[in-house]
Design a protein around this ligand. Sequence first.
Ligand SMILES: [Zn+2]
Length: 406
Amino acid sequence: MLIFVCYALFLSIPKLLLSLLQLGFLKKESAKEPYILEKAKFIQAAHYASLRERLSIISTLLDLVLVGFWLLFGFSALERTLDFAPLMESVVFVLCFLVVQFVVQLPLEAYQTLVLDKAFGFAKGGVKLFVVDTLKSFVLLLVVGGILIFVLSWIILNVQNWELYAFILGAVLIVSLNVLYPTIIAPLFNKFSPLEDAELKQRINALLMRVGFKSEGVFVMDASKRDGRLNAYFAGLGRAKRVILFDTLLDKISHESLLAVLGHELGHFKHYDIYKMMALILGFFAALVFFVANMPEMLFASANLEMSPQASIIFLLIISAPFGFYFMLVVNFLSCKNEFNADKFGASLTTKEALANALLVLVKENNSFPLAHPLYMCFYYSHPPLMARLIALDCGYLGKNATQGF
Ligand SMILES: [Zn+2]
């Protein structure tokens, strides 16, 4: 009961309050004179944001009910039902927990992709693609999740000071995931083909050379099959890095602005932002594992769990949500700082105007509302809102837009 009350008090209720704050903010803001976006787009973006927020309220409530169910009855019932050897039991136990979580949140995800995003013109895929994506994720969860739970349970059962080895396992995993993601995981969901436009490719390569960025090449991702939103990013670490451009982006912005976006990404590379973030996440993970490994027995009892490998893993999973919620305050604060610096860097490689134009197109096409409640931003925004970024770039767009409703 104690864990459930803490979970509600420190995670679910603050999340609900933030959602309500944000809904109020959107309602108030959308009644004002529009800025950055033209009026129809401005109202539509606010409408989309508030529908998403309502969905997230339902998701928070659902999560609370589910965690309550597990802590108050589910775990002890499952413990009584399962009867395997310890390692096997641990794997089945934790997978049951994860699968139920996956299935319960599925209708919300389906609603968001197939109804909400479709209505706003983002989701392009339809039911078939959604089902295929879901099945792939589900198989990944069973296979990768199963293997990880197995290894972690073995460590907990057989090694003293298991937190140290669990941490090493996590660290290896986070690093290899970053290396493997662009070449193995992402291609499961999308197709990546080398950029064909020779002139653009040459300009991109020249930009990469200027910064000393070595990569496996420039790839175009068929993002349009799933979603109309635009993006570009660098994935991977070391030599396995790839420049990924969404095909949707190529259609919508000028080459000049595209180079500015890449310049921004190169800023992250130049400032070692990925490594800094990874170090921060590893620090958080170390604290989490240490906490669970040294938790008093009465906390296990309050979740109706006996001390066992599966109980420790379950605690890691449940506790990471509230801990992560507050940890994100730190991550977002630093990340926003990094974004401003990357903007500065991108603008210095190209021009302020090219980057500002790219940002404007991104916001318009992605239908994102240009502002949010300040407290809400602290918890959820890893990127500063567009308004703040344009002000920081300082190239006169705001004065003009304020009167013209750009
Ligand atoms: Zn960035």
